[in-house]
Ligand binder design. Structure first.
Ligand SMILES: Cc1cc2nc3c(=O)[nH]c(=O)nc-3n(C[C@H](O)[C@H](O)[C@H](O)COP(=O)(O)OP(=O)(O)OC[C@H]3O[C@@H](n4cnc5c(N)ncnc54)[C@H](O)[C@@H]3O)c2cc1C
Length: 382
């Protein structure tokens, strides 16, 4: 064991609270929520009461202003349990930080307290039916008309899409300016002309509400522009490393847990009159996966440590996301194999984790896009 050094005693106390909450408030219901396609909405307000949402939000706006380690603990505990229906990470680590980092005091005052309490669930809508990886090609437009923007377009695959009360929409305020024409707008879900599509039927993460969103002449007050017009693409590039670190954190936590479930299983399960753990193939697989887990854990923890001091650069965050999610999927595939046919049964956590993990290599920028980011940094002049 290599001792972890990224968390304090306070962090670990917080972890205990999160862990107990998940045991009592989520474990008994998650399978049912998978059937319903979304978690119970009260889970958000319960989490708010417990102080699990937006730990970094500033004190001036009702937050605790804690470090990112608290977000990481929530991500780890959700990763460890495989309760992937819970969209707190998207809210706390990804969407709300845009309001914290680029919002006006009025916007923060209007929304942050309710984001912290779970009364307002957030989403971020970048991807469109026609474009995902190529963000600057979004076709949703926001045309200024007096004191409003008129928003038209559609988005897809949006996490928290059904529960969302407030969506950060990536739109073109100048369709001819490429990346320089991209802006971010805070759009309230009850705005006339804003419609949520059906909850999408996914291969995994079945309790997570993921939706299409439609904007038909939605009048968004000009004061809901987030940051400056035309700066949206830059803001996205600045915030994506934290999103990618969160994905890496959940990936390694889930991989470690899955390896633990597999160790338990192979000790119990017998074949040819012997425990599956007695076969050399099993032992070698476990040893290889455990060694890789150790290396990955050290790397991701070091990235987290760098992020505490705002030193995690874009390419390193991309490396963390690429390596941790590729490894998570590889490990889960091996662990399913060691479970035999039971590994393919939905009632087994390993089967769910295997299905849930696949998207980790696709969202938050595909792993191919991570390779582009890393190689661009390597090949740049000077
Ligand atoms: C469950 C789920 C939740 C999601 N949540 C959100 C969310 O909350 N908000 C949001 O905005 N989006 C979300 N997404 C969307 C996700 O970010 C996109 O699916 C992803 O960015 C890929 O975009 P795409 O699907 O359009 O694939 P495409 O961009 O069409 O890519 C198709 C393939 O081409 C490859 N490719 C593309 N460009 C290049 C290139 N230049 N070089 C090499 N290969 C390339 C890709 O890597 C991929 O393998 C979610 C998706 C899923 C499935």
């Amino acid at each position: 064991m290599i001792p972890r050094t990224v968390f304090t005693e306070e962090h670990e106390q917080f972890r205990d609270t999160v862990r107990k909450f998940l045991e009592h408030e989520v474990a008994p219901h998650h399978a049912q929520w998978e059937k319903e396609g979304q978690v119970d909405r009260t889970l958000w307000t319960k989490a708010g009461e417990m102080g699990f949402l937006c730990p970094q939000a500033p004190e001036a706006f009702g937050g605790l202003e804690l470090d990112f380690g608290y977000n990481a603990i929530v991500d780890e505990e959700i990763g460890r349990t495989g309760f992937t229906g819970i969209g707190w990470g998207l809210h706390s680590d990804i969407a709300v930080p845009y309001i914290v980092n680029y919002g006006t005091d009025e916007q923060k005052d209007k929304y942050l307290r309710r984001c912290i309490s779970g009364e307002v669930v957030t989403a971020i809508a970048m991807t469109e039916p026609g474009t995902g990886s190529d963000l600057q090609s979004v076709r949703t437009t926001a045309v200024r008309n007096g004191d409003h923007y008129v928003l038209n377009g559609s988005k897809t695959f949006i996490t928290n899409g059904q529960h969302a009360d407030l969506v950060i929409v990536v739109a073109k305020t100048d369709p001819n300016a490429g990346a320089a024409g991209v802006s971010l707008l805070l759009v309230e879900a009850d705005s006339p002309g804003f419609k949520k599509g059906t909850n999408l039927d996914k291969v995994g993460m079945k309790a997570q509400d993921t939706s299409e969103l439609f904007f038909d002449d939605v009048r968004v007050p000009a004061e809901n522009l987030l940051g400056a017009e035309g700066q949206g693409f830059i803001y996205l590039m600045q915030e994506l490393p934290q999103e990618r670190l969160s994905v890496a954190i959940s990936a390694i936590a889930n991989a470690e847990a899955a390896l633990g479930w597999t160790v338990d299983y192979v000790k119990e399960r017998k074949a040819f009159g012997r425990p599956v753990s007695s076969f050399q193939n099993t032992q070698f697989k476990l040893a290889e996966l455990s060694s890789e887990c150790t290396a990955m854990r050290v790397f991701v923890d070091r990235c987290l440590e760098l992020h505490y001091s705002k030193q995690l650069d874009v390419a390193t965050a991309a490396k963390a996301k690429l390596l941790a999610t590729d490894f998570q999927c590889k490990l889960l595939d091996e662990c399913v194999q060691l479970h035999g046919g039971y590994g393919y049964m939905w009632e087994y956590p390993i089967a769910r984790a295997w299905a849930d993990a696949r998207v980790q290599r696709i969202y938050a920028g595909t792993n191919e896009i991570m390779k582009l980011i890393i190689s661009r940094e390597m090949l740049k002049d000077g």
